[in-house]
Design a protein around this ligand. Structure first.
Ligand SMILES: Cc1ncc(COP(=O)(O)O)c(C=O)c1O
Length: 409
């Protein structure tokens, strides 16, 4: 079956007793058992059963199975936000004395999680230029617990050759962990690109209409976790990897950032319309980027499908010429950016990505406002850049809005 058909027809774990064709919301916290022996078996994980809503919930499980159908992964864990997916992943594999080799081109909170939160536990972050394979290779050593990058960087719109990076990592037994929030599975085959673990903010494309926060950890079952000092000591689980087992049986229970069943219900519906929304939004983003690329007041437009992009060939190869609904433009100064933003009438001044509404933000003064000048430099944040997340409005209305706002500068 094709992408959307497959997601829409993902089978339920158990048929609904009323014949509902959409998996219902189970809002309860507790689940009862017929005997003490049965509840013991459920707690030991010997029978497939839900025990307590922080551990698992039927509506959330259904959402995870739909993500599995979309990605072709071995297992999926849904959590309360994209940041929970990132933090749970590294709380699972990192340990004092280890290091993480990462791109510094990161979403603000991810950068802060590595530099402030994780480093306080004795984890070293080694930033590398992901377009320099020799630099990546030189940064890896026997204490590297993972390589991390964003697939398409936010807000820089940079891309790396992940299949090539994967070969280096495989040879050294280091897992490739990628935040693929900006390009969903209908346009990108993560497994083929050599990704072992994907983290995704489902708040964005998947939720559909920005209905709530969510995140998923997608495990392709491709990494041998006996090569991780922390996971090597645990017994080999039966149906999932050591990584997924550790999160399910320990990390998510102890940290408690579970996805709510209401969110899982809404995001399951969002997932069913993902492909049509993505393709429509991407087409509009490309047309807008192309239309404004030569405007005299714009110094640069960022969109990897443009002929002028240094990432065009790689983007076409990895994303089948469909690199998503985010594009950026640079103006002559921060002051010009503010004049432009203040003149927008249809496009909203707001932070988020892939809402049905088109959004514009000046990242340097908002998402990165707590960063020092040095951190901004490391993270590649430029105060002349405006980020757009293109929604589902008519393209002519968006074009006219951008054009009239440029005139106000
Ligand atoms: C690329 C990327 N990863 C992770 C996140 C964090 O996601 P959430 O807001 O769902 O925690 C964001 C949020 O904007 C993001 O853009």
């Amino acid at each position: 079956m094709n992408f959307s058909t497959n997601i829409i027809n993902t089978e339920f774990q158990k048929p609904d007793i009323h014949g509902s064709i959409t998996f219902p919301i189970y809002r309860n916290t507790a689940f009862e058992f017929a005997s003490a022996e049965e509840i013991e078996a459920a707690f030991r994980g010997e029978i497939p059963a839900h025990t307590y809503a922080r551990v698992s919930n039927p509506t959330v499980t259904n959402f995870e199975q739909k993500i599995q159908a979309a990605s072709g992964a071995k297992s999926v864990i849904a959590l309360a936000s994209g940041m929970a997916a990132i933090s749970h992943t590294f709380m699972t594999i990192a340990y004092a004395g280890c290091n993480i080799v990462a791109s510094p081109r990161l979403f603000g909170n991810t950068f802060s999680f590595f530099k402030s939160t994780l480093s306080a536990f004795g984890v070293e972050i080694r930033f590398v230029d992901t377009n320099n394979l020799e630099e990546i290779s030189a940064a890896l050593d026997e204490n590297t617990c993972g390589f991390f990058a964003e697939l398409l960087t936010n807000p820089h719109m940079e891309l790396a050759d992940f299949p090539a990076i994967s070969k280096i990592l495989r040879a050294k037994n280091i897992p490739m962990i990628i935040d693929t929030t900006l390009i969903p599975w209908c346009a990108f085959d993560a497994k083929k690109a050599g990704i072992d673990i994907e983290v995704v903010s489902t708040t964005k494309y998947i939720s559909g209409g920005a209905t709530g926060l969510g995140g998923v950890i997608v495990d392709y079952g491709s990494f041998d976790w006996t090569k991780n000092a922390k996971l090597a000591v645990m017994p080999e689980p039966k149906n999932v990897s050591r990584f997924t087992q550790k999160i399910r049986s320990e990390i998510m229970r102890n940290l408690g950032a579970t996805m709510s069943p209401d969110t899982a219900y809404l995001q399951s519906l969002g997932l069913e319309t993902l492909q049509v929304r993505y393709e429509h939004m991407s087409r509009t983003a490309y047309e807008l980027a192309k239309h404004f690329a030569k405007h005299q007041k714009i110094t640069r437009v960022g969109y990897t499908q443009l002929e002028s992009s240094p990432y065009k060939i790689l983007s076409d190869k990895l994303f089948s010429g469909n690199p998503g609904a985010m594009f950026t433009l640079c103006l002559a100064s921060k002051k010009d950016c503010y004049s432009f933003m203040n003149a927008l009438k249809v496009i909203r001044r707001a932070t988020n990505l892939f809402d049905n509404k088109t959004l514009a933000i000046h990242p340097e003064s908002t998402i990165y406002s707590s960063f020092t000048p040095e951190m901004k430099k490391t993270a590649g944040i430029d105060d002349t850049l405006i980020r757009f997340s293109v929604g589902l409005e008519n393209i002519e209305d968006l074009k006219n809005d951008i054009a009239q706002a440029l005139e106000k500068i």
